[in-house]
Every structure is written in structure tokens, then in C-alpha cells.
Design a binder for this molecule. Structure first.
Ligand SMILES: [Mn+2]
Length: 475
């Protein structure tokens, strides 16, 4: 492709010549004969010409397919240059702003006369990479500082939040890597360990050891780091950390020697990926796999708060990770245990007016109930799911809907807030009530009667809203 660049300054000409060749066949036009000669002698394809004359471009053989770049240094005469290019048949016109203080206004003015042109500025073209480079240096400095601070410690604790999720565990692995430690010299620990089946699957597939830590053991460590969590999360247990790396909102009431909190990041693993890159640390396949999975799951595969930095970290880690293992971890949502409850729900559930309602009876954990509620919402023609079960001595109810009818949170609050805890949003809600209190309010019911009772409550709740519409239809 041919490119004709109409320029005034040497640095722009030399830069464009370096950038565009050899992909483009580049020719430069300059007004100053002196500059043209000097650059021509330096081996560049430069000719002197009057940029405001149409015949300049006709001579230069400009066609609608020629890419024409015009340097804009704020001097007058730009409009006449653009008119001359247009009159000669040039259509692919790029104006390159150099040192233009109000570039957006300038662009708007030019576009009102030449709607088809594109306006670029030197600042935005090379500003991004430059800033990335600078912020990488800042990150490098910070990483080297905490690496030194942790270097002489005999035992390090990397503390995760309770029931650690993939982001917490992956961040723990990444930090251990950065501290150049093994699982004996840097313990990845949590006060309450992993329970969710999909997270346990990650633990097993990647052989991650999350040590159970009792609060009184914490002082035994020489240095304490926290990832994906801040000390305020453990009230009365710990108020100081040597290093905190997190993407949750910054909290007060604790002290930290070093911290890196970036709330606009979709995951803590994204921050740690930048730390690893800043010091050119080698990332093992296991760590890369964990981090990639963490970014995917914390951003719900980029459906929730994900920014360019997350996508950047994702594409950096992707070739280093084991994609097969990630597929296995994602399949972990389905377990034999959950499948049993899916079948049970299918046998005992009732469907009415696109509401699926079931009572599972005694259930090992709450996550099973939430899982079944989400599972049946995938069914064709199902708009609401109301699933309950008994966990310990409480009736736990998960409510899901497709989000465009009445509020699920209002439903649980209406019927259960008086006898237990009940709350949630439009599409998702939960109630936990002592089963004895449920019986006191609704009577002693058999399992199938519980389903029927709850279903009648949902119908009552939904119909109450529809009532005025029905009257209108009748009238
Ligand atoms: Mn996270």
C-alpha cells in the first residue's frame, strides 16, 4: 500500500519512516526545500512541494486508495492542504496532531468540514506504551522492595480469606513464586479452608495446599502477606500485615508495610500478573493455569467488572497455561452429589405457571440448594425457581428468577423475614429460618406439602401484582 506523508518536522518524518516501512511504500512531501534536500541526502524518499496546491497531489499520483498522512502542528494552512488533497481525489486522510493542546476541539472543527478524515495525535499513539512502560518500572520497584523485605524471613504466611476462591489461591501461588519460596518456607493458609466443590476440584487438579491456620498460630510467622483480602476481614485476629495485595475496596483500620490495592482490577491475579511481568519472573504452567482460571472466574469470564488490564493479563497467561485442565475445573460444577439432588428435585418438584418449586429435605450444605435453584432456571419455560432444603435445623431457601418480573428479595422478605433472615435482589434471594419457626407459622407439613405450600406462596405473591391488569382486561 502506498502512503504519502505531508510533514513539517524532521522527527515526525523519521518516526513515520521507521514505523511504516517496509509494510508501506512511503513518500514524504515537505514545503521546505532545505529540509527536503537534507532528508533526501540521508536516504529518505522526500520531495519538496507546495502542500496547498491540488496539482502537487495529482503529480504525486494520489488515488482514493492512497493513505495520506498530514502533520498538524497547529500552523495555518491545514484546511487548504486538506482541500487540495480532496480535490485531487484523496479519500484516506489521516491528520496527525503534534503538540496540539486541545486536540478534541481541533478534531471536531476539522471534521465539520472534512467528515471523512481521521484525527490522531502523537501523544495518544505513543503515550499508551510509554505509560505502560513507566508503570511497569514503578511496579518493579515496589516488587523488588517487598522481595527484599521478605528475603530474610524464616517462615512466611500468605493468608487467604475464608473458604478461598480461585483468585485467592492463584494469587497465593503467584506471590510464593515472587518470593522465591516453597510450600515449607511460605505457607499458603486460611482460617477456614476450601469447601465449595468447584474450588476443591481446583485444589486437587493443581495440587494446591491451603493449610488450616488457627488465629493463635499467626504470630509464629516472621512475615505475613495477604492476597485478595485485607486485615480488616479478620477483626480482632490481625490488624497488621507486611504486604497486602487486593482488588477489593481499600479499608482502613489496619497497617501494612507494603500494599498494592487496585480496585479497578477484575482480580487480584491480574495485579500479581503485572508483578510477575515487571520483574521478568518465570511463571510455571501450574501457576499460570491457576491465575488464568482465577481471572475467568472472578470476572465471570469478562461478564463482570473486567478491564483492559484483565484482558491483557489473560492473553499473557493463556499460552503459558494448560487449557485442558481449566476445562476440567470448569466442568467441576457438576458433581455426583449435585447430580443426585438434580434428580431428586426432578422427581419431587412441582411446576406451575413457569415456577419450578421443590423441597430437597435434609441437605448437606447450602451450596447444593443454590446450585439446584440455578440449575432449573436453565430449563425452557422456567422463569422462577424456589428451592429449599434443611441444613442443620434450618430451612434454607434459594430463589432465582430471570430478573424481569417481581423482585425475589421482596418475596422472601414478605413471608420469612418475621421468622428468620431473608433478603436479596430482584433476580436472586435467600431465606434461612429455623425449621421449627417455619412449622409454627405454616403448620407441620410432609415433604411434598412443603413444596405445595411454598408454591402457593409464590403464586399468591405474583398474582397480587397481576390483579389490576386482569380487571382491566375484564372491563
Ligand atoms: Mn478476587
Amino acid at each position: 500500500m502506498r502512503c504519502l506523508a505531508v510533514c513539517r518536522s524532521e522527527v515526525v518524518i523519521r518516526t513515520l519512516s521507521e514505523v511504516l516501512q517496509p509494510s508501506f511504500e512511503v513518500e514524504f512531501l515537505v514545503e521546505s526545500k532545505l529540509l527536503a534536500r537534507r532528508l533526501h541526502d540521508a536516504g529518505l524518499n522526500v520531495s519538496p512541494a507546495d502542500p496547498k496546491r491540488t496539482d502537487t497531489y495529482i503529480k504525486a499520483d494520489v488515488t482514493p486508495g492512497t493513505c495520506v498522512v498530514v502533520e498538524d502542528d497547529g500552523m495555518r494552512g491545514l484546511r487548504r492542504t486538506l482541500e487540495a488533497i480532496r480535490d485531487a481525489g484523496g479519500t484516506l486522510v489521516y491528520v496527525l496532531g503534534v503538540g496540539i493542546p486541545h486536540a478534541a476541539e481541533r478534531e471536531e472543527q476539522l471534521k465539520s468540514a472534512f467528515p471523512e478524515l481521521s484525527y490522531l495525535t502523537m501523544a495518544e499513539l505513543f503515550g499508551g506504551p510509554l505509560l505502560t512502560e513507566f508503570s511497569r518500572s514503578l511496579t518493579r520497584l515496589k516488587v523488588q522492595q517487598y522481595q527484599r523485605f521478605f528475603a530474610d524471613a524464616a517462615r512466611v504466611l500468605i493468608l487467604l480469606h475464608n473458604d478461598p476462591d480461585p483468585d485467592a489461591m492463584a494469587s497465593g501461588l503467584a506471590l510464593r513464586n515472587l518470593l522465591h519460596r516453597t510450600k515449607t518456607t511460605a505457607v499458603i493458609g486460611a482460617i477456614r479452608g476450601v469447601t465449595r466443590p468447584e474450588n476443591l476440584r481446583m485444589v486437587n487438579l493443581l495440587d494446591i495446599h491451603v493449610e488450616p491456620i488457627r488465629p493463635e498460630q499467626i504470630p509464629e510467622f516472621d512475615r505475613i502477606a495477604m492476597v485478595d483480602v485485607q486485615p480488616h476481614y479478620f477483626p480482632g485476629v490481625i490488624s497488621h500485615a507486611d504486604l497486602v495485595i487486593d482488588h477489593h475496596p481499600e479499608q482502613t483500620g489496619y497497617s501494612a508495610v507494603y500494599k498494592d490495592i487496585r480496585t479497578d482490577y477484575g482480580s487480584t491475579s491480574t495485579i500479581l500478573c503485572e508483578h510477575l511481568r515487571a520483574v521478568d519472573e518465570k511463571i510455571s504452567e501450574r501457576t499460570a493455569t491457576a491465575m488464568l482460571y482465577a481471572i475467568k472466574s472472578d470476572t465471570l469470564f469478562f461478564n463482570r467488572q473486567a478491564t483492559r488490564v484483565d484482558v491483557d493479563a489473560f492473553s499473557y497467561l493463556y499460552p503459558l497455561a494448560d487449557a485442558m485442565l481449566i476445562r476440567k475445573m470448569e466442568g467441576a460444577e457438576i458433581t455426583a452429589e449435585r447430580l443426585n439432588y438434580v434428580l431428586k428435585a426432578n422427581q419431587q418438584g412441582q411446576m406451575s405457571e413457569q415456577i419450578f418449586c421443590t423441597f430437597l429435605g435434609p441437605t448437606p450444605r447450602e451450596d447444593v440448594i443454590a446450585y439446584i435453584a440455578e440449575f432449573y432456571l436453565q430449563l425452557e419455560n422456567v422463569k422462577w425457581t424456589v428451592v429449599s432444603g434443611i441444613v442443620n435445623d434450618s430451612l434454607v431457601m434459594s430463589v432465582r428468577n430471570l430478573g424481569y418480573s417481581r423482585n425475589a428479595g421482596d418475596f422472601v422478605r414478605r413471608y420469612f423475614a418475621d421468622i428468620g433472615s431473608a433478603g436479596g435482589h430482584r433476580a436472586m434471594a435467600k431465606a434461612v429460618v429455623p425449621f421449627a419457626a417455619f412449622r409454627d407459622k405454616f403448620g407441620t407439613l410432609r415433604a411434598d406439602q412443603v413444596t405445595g405450600k411454598v408454591l402457593s406462596l409464590v403464586l399468591e405473591f405474583l398474582h397480587e401484582h397481576q390483579a389490576p391488569e386482569r380487571k382491566l382486561v375484564k372491563a
